[in-house]
Design a protein around this ligand. Structure first.
Ligand SMILES: [Zn+2]
Length: 423
């Protein structure tokens, strides 16, 4: 249940550099009825709340550090002693892009606030939200809330499968577990690695990761054949502290986790790196695909540089083409030139293993049933292509030097990230 998770004590871990919100309730009794806002639940983010008129309130949202990618997250709960219509001004500092608002009466099922009750354009200094509230709390957030508890519950349920082995590969700065599950250790050591939620607000990425894994672990003929040849390893929640604190982007160390794959300054990226390197050292281990789920303003794949020589050969482009062929009415966007100079997971994954490192972005507003349909198809195409290479000979290590494998890395202007986006 949302709200059941207490704040973890930040004792003994690395220094906390992110600006934390004060967890509290704001009570406004005049005029009646009394209206109460609070941020005392996991995933909440509200930095201040003031009354600016009768039944009219201002909620301040600030990021954990700056400069920061302008993909703001907020979440709060509001209730009133008696039913009342209220107006909430959302003042979101530093953001150039404006989130929408979604509401929930149980913290689980969400619906988008209709246009008639929402004012705020991209770049506007403030958004205004009309709400009808009463004694039962209303949750308000910039997107569906799929947080630590839901993801851990899903992870634990996946780990009960007979061919699954679960472990904790490390701890976040605040001591939260970094959970990994390995599937099919009876198969040859051909590995697919899947990670997610480096960036706290990217809920659609978690939906994509869950549906992708469920497809790979499904009961169909293809999935069974795939699992006779491949092992799949997942770390679905890389930044649980950021998710708990409702952060926009960073770890508690105030670092963008998906820019830390060179310095490894954060315990979260170190733990995932070490777990993958341990797997790679196993006898006869071969890496085939390392996939990192995110969310941005649309569905898009960020691939290894187009000229990069990967194993399996040219997997990324062949995969994208297969997905496009499967869904002719859906445009599969992809780029091999995005953020090639940044220390992302996908770059580290490719340069370390020679296998394709891919960022799979799902749109923050893409309906979840569409994510399920597309991602399940993408998983099937990945399995088909990987099976073709399962028994292919591979020149064994040492890998050719990185400079030799990345033949050409040339960012194109057309691939520049739009405001508010970023893997
Ligand atoms: Zn991201």
């Amino acid at each position: 249940m949302l709200g059941a998770q207490a704040d973890a004590p930040y004792v003994g871990g690395p220094p906390i550099k992110a600006a934390l919100q004060e967890r509290r309730a704001w009570v406004f009794a005049d005029p009646a009825p009394t209206v109460t806002f609070d941020n005392q639940f996991s995933g909440a983010r509200v930095n201040a709340c003031t009354q600016i008129g009768p039944h009219e309130f201002k909620v301040l949202i600030t990021p954990e550090n700056e400069p920061i990618n302008p993909s703001p997250w907020y979440a709060f709960r509001v209730k009133a002693d008696a039913p009342v219509d209220i107006t909430v001004h959302l003042a979101i500092t530093t953001a150039k892009s404006r989130p929408r608002a979604r509401v929930s009466t149980d913290g689980i099922t969400w619906k988008r606030v209709p246009d008639v009750d929402w004012q705020g354009a991209s770049g506007a200094p403030e958004c205004v939200l009309k709400l009808h509230v009463g004694p039962q709390p209303t949750w308000v957030a910039s997107n569906h809330m799929i947080g630590n508890e839901q993801l851990w519950a899903w992870t634990d349920a996946m780990a009960t499968r007979p061919f699954a082995k679960s472990s904790v590969i490390g701890e976040s700065a605040a001591g939260r577990p970094l959970k990994m599950v390995e599937f099919n250790d009876g198969a040859p050591p051909n590995y697919v690695i899947v990670i997610g939620r480096q960036h706290p607000p990217e809920v659609s990425g978690s939906v994509g990761l869950m549906r992708f894994m469920e497809a790979m672990l499904g009961d169909g003929e293809l999935a069974k054949r795939f699992r006779s040849k491949f092992r799949v390893v997942m770390v679905p929640l890389v930044n649980p502290d950021g998710v708990h604190e409702g952060q926009w982007r960073s770890t508690l160390g105030a670092v963008d986790n998906n820019r830390d794959w060179h310095d490894f300054s954060q315990p979260e990226s170190r733990a995932v790196r070490d777990a993958i390197l341990e797997i790679q050292k196993r006898p006869d281990a071969r890496m085939f695909l390392l996939l990192d789920f995110h969310a941005t303003d649309r569905d898009i794949f960020y691939l290894p540089p187009d000229a990069a020589r990967t194993f399996p050969p040219n997997f990324a482009r062949r995969w994208v083409d297969a997905i496009q062929k499967r869904f002719p009415d859906y445009t599969v966007e992809s780029s091999g030139a995005h953020n090639v100079d940044q220390w992302t997971f996908k770059r580290w994954a490719f340069e370390t293993t020679g296998a394709p490192g891919i960022t799979y972005e799902l749109g923050s507003a893409t309906p979840h049933d569409r994510i399920a349909r597309i991602v399940s198809g993408a998983a099937e195409d990945a399995m088909t292509l990987l099976l073709e290479s399962a028994d292919a000979p591979r020149s064994e290590g040492p890998f050719p030097p990185i400079a030799d494998r990345i033949v050409e890395v040339k960012p194109k202007a057309a691939d520049a990230a739009p405001v508010g986006a970023g893997p």
